[in-house]
Design a protein around this ligand. Structure first.
Ligand code: ATP
Ligand code: MG
Length: 404
């Protein structure tokens, strides 16, 4: 539905720390790939946007209005990592950006590339995309510190007004509120199904702790299954119903028939079990839809299986308005900043996601082929046990792209 001009104006935020090392290199790779596929017919008009430390030095603000206005108008931006200012009124520039644009879906594809060391036996079986809800859950930030008027009042309110008699924790407790809404859950799950359809995925799994948190996490599960009904799916609920009424054999047969006819299989897994399952049987999962905190843990756990922080890409998307920010998922890595040794792959793969979003599929594929080629031939940066600098690694990609 997104209308993309041939010369789209794409805002970029270079980022702090290693952002300075990786961004210019990634940009060269992007431009080389676009040139290779489209010649002069299509081209990205890069527009520099300020945010983070660089913005503060230039204009005394961490997130200038101009930056927000540009993304608001042009919909798409790509960014490197941003430092978190200490003692400022907002907790994180990254989070503020997501909130301002209401980027409710955090999308993290996790895929293994041959040639990269992995701590698991069969990393090639890992090929999943996580849809993490980005705006609710305990990240919505309503907390009350221990032994303050607020927490005492809230406890009193719970006991008196709400008749909660089973408060079995100390009155000195800090308290937190976990909001999970049907609207928030459903739009996230919708995005996961749209993606599954578009990418021809065969399985969508909801991950939650509904066994413990019946209304929040359990609510998410129930709303998610409601969304599943709007799509060509065969769900575990249907399976269980058939099994109860007509036995396992019949349930198994109907599942097989449904999958054969192209339906997506939908189930749900409790989060702790899921973290075990992705190590034991990662091949069982394709698209994951989950809440904010679960998604946070799962994203890192999965990234570690395929090479870690240096190669894990991400995007924050509002599929309704079209706004999307593609980003390296790692931090500013001050320990290696300015040394030209950081791995630019996380940012480059975020670029791949951006090209897919723009509908420039061939560009996305070319960059991915170049990365596969590079890793397979042992062209690796230091974090992956190799010797290549940031710029040398990018040169290998660009040479490959030019001669492809
Ligand atoms: P921030 O406060 O911005 O999150 P951080 O100190 O937490 O920064 P991270 O960027 O989260 O640092 O990185 C954690 C570790 O991973 C560091 O040792 C860092 O050097 C390494 N690392 C992060 N990004 C990369 C990268 N692109 N290439 C190589 N190593 C990286
Ligand atoms: Mg960090």
């Amino acid at each position: 539905k997104l209308v993309v001009p041939d010369y789209p104006a794409i805002g970029y935020i270079r980022g702090d720390g290693v952002g300075e090392d990786i961004f210019p290199q990634a940009q060269k790779v992007f431009d080389a790939a676009v040139l290779k596929i489209y010649g002069q017919k299509k081209k990205i008009e890069w527009q520099k946007l300020l945010a983070g430390g660089e913005a503060f030095e230039t204009c005394g603000e961490y997130l200038p209005k101009e930056t927000l206005a540009h993304i608001n108008e042009n919909l798409i931006a790509i960014k490197g990592p941003l430092m978190t200012p200490v003692g400022e009124s907002f907790r994180s520039i990254n989070v503020t950006l997501r909130q301002k644009m209401d980027l409710y879906a955090c999308v993290r594809p996790v895929e293994y590339f041959k040639g990269i060391k992995s701590p698991v036996k069969a990393p090639e079986k890992v090929d999943m995309t996580i849809f993490r809800e980005n705006t609710e859950d305990i990240y919505a930030g309503i907390e009350f510190a221990s032994e303050t008027n607020e927490s005492h009042n809230l406890l009193k309110f719970l006991e008196k007004e709400l008749n909660v008699h089973s408060i079995r924790f100390p009155k000195t407790s800090a308290l937190g509120i976990k909001p999970v809404s049907p609207e928030g859950s459903k739009r996230l799950v919708n995005a996961a199904f749209e993606y599954a359809l578009k990418m021809n995925k065969k399985r969508v799994t909801f991950v939650h702790k509904g066994n413990i948190m019946k209304f929040t996490e359990g609510g998410f599960r129930n709303w998610a299954y409601e969304v599943a009904r709007e799509y060509p799916t065969f769900t575990k609920l249907e399976y269980d119903e058939i099994k109860n009424e007509r036995g396992s054999l019949q349930a198994e047969n109907e599942k097989k028939a449904a999958l054969k006819s192209g339906k997506i299989y939908v189930d749900d897994v409790i989060a702790d079990n899921f973290l075990q399952q992705i190590i034991l049987n990662p091949e069982n999962f394709e698209v994951i839809a989950t809440l904010n905190l679960n998604g946070d843990y799962i994203s890192d756990a999965l990234a570690a299986q395929v090479g870690g922080i240096g190669i894990a890409p991400g995007a924050n998307i509002n599929y309704k308005s079209g706004h999307a920010i593609f980003e390296a998922t790692h931090g500013t890595a001050p320990d290696i900043a300015g040394k030209n040794i950081a791995n630019p792959s996380s940012l480059i793969l975020s670029g791949v996601m951006m090209f897919e979003y723009l509908g420039w599929q061939e560009v996305a594929e070319l960059i991915k082929i170049a990365l596969s080629f590079s890793f397979r031939n042992g062209n690796l940066t230091a974090d992956l046990g190799g010797k290549l600098s940031t710029s040398k690694f990018s040169d290998v990609l660009i040479d490959f792209i030019k001669t492809y």
